[in-house]
Design a protein. Structure first.
Length: 198
């Protein structure tokens, strides 16, 4: 496993996390809503060994997609001149790589739930830019979070097929990733939603 201490701003499982307002019981109901079960956990964990040595290649694809779409890249640009912030993109990339491994680890405990809330806050104006001291735009538009579920998971699928697993196993890993990403983005949306509406 990657040395997570060397990832600036990666605070998963630390005292720096506030408790998620979404309870584990709420999350169990969310899993039911997206048909996420033990088999999905199994296939996410199967995917970990497949993706762990492909993280940088996966990120190259994802960053290439974001970078080729100015409306997506805008969330990583300078507020003053609109140019991409290389240091900010680099810092986020390290945490994004760890997010791939965390997603594939599929440990859905309180620490994980708390970190999902933190990720949501960091996309919202509540905490965006604070982790890295970036002088960037104040929010990642909520619409982009949900819409990126498809390109992220669709472009991951070829990587899941690179280690010789059966087509059925690849499909099940892919489905588990789609469900997990939907669950996570829904959790990240909490700061965007009016009190009482989540």
């Amino acid at each position: 496993m990657k040395d997570t201490i060397s990832i600036p701003g990666y605070t998963y499982g630390t005292n720096a996390m506030m408790r998620s307002p979404v309870t584990l019981a709420d999350f169990e109901l969310m899993k039911k809503s997206v048909l996420f079960g033990d088999e999905d956990v199994k296939y996410l964990r199967l995917s970990r060994d497949i993706v762990k040595d492909q993280v940088e290649a996966i990120l190259d694809v994802w960053y290439g997609f974001v970078g080729s779409n100015p409306h997506l890249l805008a969330s990583f640009t300078s507020k003053s001149d609109g140019k991409p912030l290389g240091d900010y993109l680099g810092a986020v990339r390290k945490r994004f790589g760890q997010w791939i491994l965390d997603t594939a680890q599929a440990e859905y405990d309180q620490k994980w739930l708390d970190y999902q809330h933190e990720i949501g806050l960091r996309h919202h104006r509540t905490k965006k830019n604070r982790t890295d001291g970036a002088a960037s735009t104040e929010i990642v538009p909520l619409r982009n979070l949900f819409l990126l579920v498809f390109p992220v998971t669709f472009t991951l699928k070829p990587f899941l097929a690179k280690k010789g697993h059966s087509a059925e196993d690849v499909e099940k890993m892919y489905a588990a990733w789609v469900k997990s990403c939907l669950l996570q983005v829904t959790l990240w949306s909490y700061p965007y939603v009016k009190d009482g509406d989540f």
